[in-house]
Write a protein of this length. Structure first.
Lengths: 222, 222
DNA sequence: TCATTATGGGACGCCGATGTCCCAAAAACA
DNA sequence: TGTTTTTGGGACATCGGCGTCCCATAATGA
């Protein structure tokens, strides 16, 4: 993995690259994205995230096959490999953000909020694995983020803010940096996802195990 | 990363592919591996582990450059990319095993043994990052391991045995599987190495932070 | 049913990484 | 110093993934 969530990327807002969503940004005089196109597009994006999460360096043919789509069709939607990568990053961000937003981690006791956050993260495990599994995925797609469009406040409450709030309230370990806790949050979640992936952990047990490890570590509680 | 330490690979013994070490296995009628050859060979292997740990998919030219060696020289020592990969895996195993062996994790209280183990693992962080950073690295080099040469008993005491011993003595969490603890052991160590790698954590603080997180998790202790 | 749109697969050229070969220069050794 | 070993870099062919183009076919929808 790498689980490198530097620069709390969840607080960055991707440049409008989501055609089917709101059309606030620029003119979209292209085909109004009929239902068919939207469906194939989403299928490709989902397949890309899923395949790349399990195998970085997967070929475009692999992704097309996973999406049950011809390689030409894939190229028709995403001319470049980089285009596909950027779009998949942006799409995965939206999926993850939506899941996290539903957890309302800025409300309630930090410990419970963290449990909701972990649950939300495990739910979108493959997207997280894609986004943070390889540091380069994010770095290379950084180009598609507008450095000016920083709106860290108007965005989804970040994990980091929850961590800092928890530390301030004496719930999370104040001896280590908030960034470390964030890194470990991703690392533990990723490990849980991976363990389930290879059958080492039952799917339904991932969340509780991750939460348990996050809160107690790996020694026995007295 | 991936931190996939399935099948407790540290208990497997690679097929004799270490020319400069003992010559117990087979006839080695080749050049008796003079000092020069040994040094360049080790330089290449170290560079390969280091570079590949930080960038899977690094090119052979990258590795040669990092080893301060011409690309032809690299090919002279390792004709194939796969050859280099296998040799680097075997070499990294030896380095890691040696470091772990020095920790004598089969002696003393489990908690202290674990602290020594973590210290030893952090010391060879880049080797671990190479070995477990990408599940495929190990899978693909599995071919160079003799399935018959299984000697799980005569080998270095494994982390798993320490974990099981600790669980039996009520020191490590008995509610989760030993395999999960092992996975997390690699994951936390890897995260610490990576954090230091990107300057997020001071080098000297990695070990203590990893130990702290392993033992206590990320919530504040009462 | 008919026109439009989307799809899949094949053919092709391109390019970077790989692996091989060769030779002159540098280093090691006697 | 002279011989042998080792090295680095260039030249070359190969291979696989990528990106483009084209066309017959299937799906959509009016």
């Amino acid at each position: 993995m790498a689980v490198s969530a530097t620069r709390q990327p969840l607080s960055r807002t991707p440049v409008s690259d989501t055609p089917e969503a709101g059309d606030a940004g620029e003119r979209k005089p292209e085909v109004p994205e009929t239902g068919v196109r939207g469906r194939t597009r989403r299928a490709i994006l989902a397949a890309a995230a899923s395949v790349l999460a399990r195998d970085r360096g997967a070929t475009l043919a692999d992704i097309a096959e996973a999406a049950q789509v011809g390689r030409s069709t894939l190229h028709r939607y995403f001319p470049d490999r980089q285009d596909l990568l950027n779009a998949t990053v942006a799409d995965s961000f939206r999926v993850v953000e939506r899941s996290i937003a539903a957890a309302a981690i800025d409300q309630g006791p930090p410990l419970e909020a963290m449990r909701r956050l972990i649950t939300a993260m495990v739910d979108v495990g493959d997207r997280l694995a894609f986004l943070f599994g390889d540091p380069r995925v994010l770095e290379e797609s950084n180009a598609c983020f507008e450095p000016d469009t920083f709106e860290p406040d108007r965005t989804v409450p970040t994990a980091l803010s929850l961590i800092e709030r928890g530390q301030a309230e004496g719930v999370f370990d104040p001896q280590v940096s908030a960034e470390w806790i964030q890194q470990m949050l991703y690392a533990i979640t990723y490990t849980g996802w991976e363990a389930a992936e290879k059958g080492l952990l039952p799917r339904h047990g991932v969340t509780s195990t991750v939460i348990r490890t996050f809160e107690n570590g790996l020694t026995a509680r007295s």
